[in-house]
Design a protein around this ligand. Sequence first.
Ligand code: FA5
Length: 341
Amino acid sequence: MLDDKKLTKELINSLSSVTNLKDLELIEIKYLGRNGVINDLLKKIKEIPVGDRKEYGKKINQLKQEIKRLLETKRLELSKKKSDKFFDSTLPGKTYPKGSLHPITYTIEKIASIFQKIGFIRVSYPEVEWEYFAFEVLNMPKDHPARDDFETFFIDAPSDKKMGKVVLTPHTSSGQVREMRRVKTPPIRMVNIVKCYRPNWDITHNPMFYQFEGLCIDRSINIAHLKGTIDYFAKEFFGEDRKIRLRPFHFQFTEPSFEIDVSCGVCGGKGVDCHVCKSGWLELAGAGMVHPEVLRAGGIDPNKYSGWAFGFGPDRCLMMKTGIDNIRILYNGDVRFLEQF
Ligand code: FA5
């Protein structure tokens, strides 16, 4: 029933014609695999008279060890042959494609350095935030209609009596009062750069986008300082020639408030038929003088101090600088786009 000599001879014969590791592997499977020769022999042990089974098992085991030894010897022989091949160490190595920073990462680093040059401290306040910091302390109490402006993602997490529900922050303004409470006594110059989230999705809106929030509080701060800082940023980021304009607007947490537009980088400010701006201008930011109630919420006396704040979208800044005509391409991971930066 078990002719081990014959099997070993057969194996030696087949191994003699093997010239590569792949064929060797096939032979190994034939003998040692789950449905291989050795396992077949083991299955037949039931047919062996009980008294002979011990001897039979021993023989199979010896045969298995011999097969393994023959296979291993062949494997060594083949791999030696492979490494005997001439290796030319002077040949140029393989070149792998180089990665680069994501354009948004690059944009954020640039923005941070522009503000660090004029004494602003970079911070990153939470993206998963309490309603309290996102709305309440910004003069938007519960049920205030202004909260509708920031359609918000609510997190399914326990709420807190004072802090309210947990949200994905819809804007970086949620860092304003956190920074006031951290610094306690002005001067404050912060730039808070983090991701924000809102359920919006079109060529100028993503559900996840970045904002950077400038906040400056000191004695006698006025709109001229705000305007001067915006002009400085625009020139540093876009260059001398781009136009910026401020439009009166309303935010609950600033008074007076503005929106800031830039002349469109896609149509060159012409506007006619431009599918991105439609008017020659694209909104980049909201801004204004910090509301006295917000200063109070931050523990700062509005009779002594005043301040300004703005919240820009770096994603839109990048669009307008480079002429990208659809914001959604920034996060879809298309390497044909990313390779251009
Ligand atoms: C705000 O978020 C205010 N917190 C800004 C502010 C800060 C006002 C400080 C006053 C003082 P607004 O919703 O307009 O405002 O957003 C500001 C900018 O964020 C927009 O101009 C745009 O550049 C960017 N932004 C807003 N929503 C999106 C979005 N879904 N996708 C991409 N960018 C967005």
